[in-house]
Design a protein around this ligand. Structure first.
Ligand code: ARG
Length: 594
């Protein structure tokens, strides 16, 4: 289905053309003065310059033509000095548009004929280090983008890109060796199979890594040993590599559990290590083709461009000791993805402080021909999660806030709220609370423009009123409850409800709601194109407000005129459908009661 705004623009464009002007001038937008009109077109202003005419003359002619059209989709089209066109839609047209939307599985959203293949690189946790609040955003934003992309008809693959190959692995191995030198992994003469079971648990690891990290900062010898062990691991020294595999197994099992708690999942669990073997070949090729050259002992690719306002330093491929870096694994990963998936786009969701890194990597990837020239590499950088003091969010005693703690805190807060509702059986309270808490957490994050910092305000996020996840869910639950009553009273089932048709709006509030619904496909498409989940959040907030205003002034169930009531029920079904599609794309859902 054509987007509402495109349809309006097309109709206004036809009127421009019929008056002898460029039809492009008909581009219309949602009114910035909703008290005056619903849509506006400023094309006559632009046309005035093009045709050397007073803008109102053009606007007058177009308005008159639109007004004279019997079949017009507009109830009114007014020319307003100096040359604006103020437009209002016919109620019957709007209703018929919504009926068509209701009949469409995706509510009128057009699916491109050729799907794009897009890889989203998000999550990015580092093995053996616990997830903290900083990992929340990557997971939540990345998952939302993945689901939005899929809804819009693209093939989207999520890759967690584990940090599993750097110094932190060498540190853990070093510390294990100090503690348990007798382990078979450290016996160079051992040739047998290594034990099935890991010699540590995830909680051991969580203590081992910080200890090792601290020691390496205090003790030069220890640091050197860790560097050496990292190097040996990267050369796949047998015992180290087997031990490393155990660290990965234990960590990944724990990570999976944590991400599941956030309803986040990945198609690919690759990491930096998975591309280790293709680095040498890639580097040789870069050298042979003259893209990489030596500079102060290191191997680099120059990525600066004349138009750079700030100098972009060369991208380092190998350090002077020959070691690969974060950049190197990212480049090799691009090569690997190109090889396996031939993606049209790769999106990276990380902290925005990594921006320079990605500028260098993306440029180097294109310069070295690791991807097709038209492959889009895009960084979605996000801001910091702050506490109420405006500083990075910490625990009460100033420590790093673990993601697990944060999730359980918000679950507890929500459970206390849900328990005050006597309608919810106590055995359901916990599940419901978790579902609503997830919406609170995710919406609290996603409703902010990703690149901006935001304040983690548990009380605000959990509130059932205002611009929050629970408010959106509350609206959905309200609709479900009315529909439930309606089905009970009429004996109709869900399928029968879908057959009902939206009718022409009978009040301003109803028309507002209808207009908001009609914009769904435009908003969803745009939010995905711009990688901007906050735009979808802003939309469902507005839609919920429109619904609640309509609900408060309309007595739906007591209405005796059956046609009227059925029209409203159809409107509710559509509103719920669109809210479900949107929240689903954002990564959360509504319970039956809350
Ligand atoms: N592990 C990295 C970190 O903690 C994030 C990885 C992001 N993805 C990437 N392809 N570089 O900073």
């Amino acid at each position: 289905m054509q987007k509402l705004l495109d349809l309006i623009s097309e109709k206004v464009g036809e009127a421009f053309a019929a008056e002898g002007y460029d039809s492009e001038l008909g581009r219309s937008s949602v009114s910035s003065r909703p008290d005056l009109c619903e849509f506006q077109c400023n094309g006559a202003m632009a046309g005035a310059r093009q045709y050397h005419k007073a803008p109102f003359m053009i606007a007058d002619a177009v308005a008159a033509r639109l007004g004279a059209d019997e079949e017009s989709i507009f109830e009114s089209a007014e020319s307003v000095k100096p040359g604006f066109l103020n437009l209002k839609l016919k109620k019957s047209f709007l209703a018929s548009y919504l009926v068509k939307m209701s009949r469409d599985e995706k509510f009128g959203l057009q699916i491109p004929e050729k799907e794009k293949t897009i890889i989203i690189d998000y999550g990015g946790p580092n093995v053996a280090k616990p997830l903290h609040v900083g990992h929340l955003r990557s997971a939540v934003i990345g998952e939302a983008l993945k689901r939005m992309g899929r809804y819009c008809g693209d093939k989207v693959i999520g890759d967690i890109h584990l940090g599993d190959w750097g110094l932190q692995m060498g540190l853990v191995i070093t510390e294990l060796r100090h503690r348990y030198p007798e382990l078979v992994y450290f016996d160079d003469n051992y040739t047998g199979e290594y034990p099935e079971e890991a010699p540590f648990t995830v909680s051991d690891l969580e203590e081992i890594y910080p200890t090792a990290s601290r020691k390496s900062k205090e003790d030069e010898e220890y640091y050197k040993e860790a560097m050496e062990n990292t190097h040996l691991l990267q050369e796949k020294k047998r015992g180290f590599y087997a031990l490393w595999q155990k660290i990965i197994d234990v960590s990944v099992a724990d990570l999976k559990k944590n991400y599941r708690n956030l309803d986040v999942d990945f198609e690919l669990w690759n990491g930096e290590a998975s591309v280790n073997d293709i680095i040498p070949g890639m580097v040789d090729k870069m050298k042979a083709e003259g893209h990489a050259h030596e500079s102060n002992g290191a191997l680099v690719v120059d990525v600066a461009e004349d138009s750079d306002p700030k100098e972009i330093p060369p991208c380092i491929i190998l350090k002077s000791d020959g070691a690969a870096l974060y950049t190197t694994t990212d480049l090799a990963t691009i090569l690997d993805r190109e090889d396996k998936f031939d993606p049209d786009e790769i999106l990276y969701v990380t902290d925005k402080r990594q921006e320079l890194h990605f500028v260098q990597v993306f440029r180097a990837a294109h310069i070295c021909g690791l991807v097709r020239p038209e492959t889009e590499l895009r960084h979605v950088g996000f801001g910091t999660v702050n506490g109420k003091d405006g500083k990075p969010f910490k625990t009460r005693d100033g420590g790093i806030m673990r993601l697990e703690t944060l999730i359980s805190d918000i679950n507890d807060e929500m459970l206390a709220k849900i328990k005050t509702n006597p309608d919810i059986p106590s055995d359901e309270a916990e599940t419901t609370a978790r579902q609503v808490a997830m919406a609170a957490l995710k919406y609290g994050d996603l409703s902010n423009q990703a690149s901006k910092d935001y304040i983690f305000d548990m009380e605000k996020f959990c509130s059932f009123e205002g611009d929050t996840g629970p408010y959106i869910l509350y609206t959905m639950v309200r609709i479900k409850s009315i529909l439930g009553k309606y089905m009970e009273q009429t004996g109709k089932d869900k399928a029968a409800l879908k057959e009902l048709e939206v009718r022409g709006a009978q009040s301003a509030a109803e028309k507002n709601l209808q207009m908001s619904l009609a914009r769904f496909s435009e908003i969803m498409r745009n939010a995905w194109d711009e990688c901007a989940p906050h735009k979808l959040c802003a939309y469902i907030y507005e839609l919920s407000n429109c619904f609640n205003s309509f609900y408060h002034e309309t007595r739906i169930m007591p209405e005796e005129n059956e046609e009227k009531r059925n029209g409203w029920i159809a409107l509710l079904v559509l509103t719920l459908g669109i809210l479900e599609a949107s929240t689903g794309a954002l990564g959360f859902s509504a319970p039956e009661k809350m």
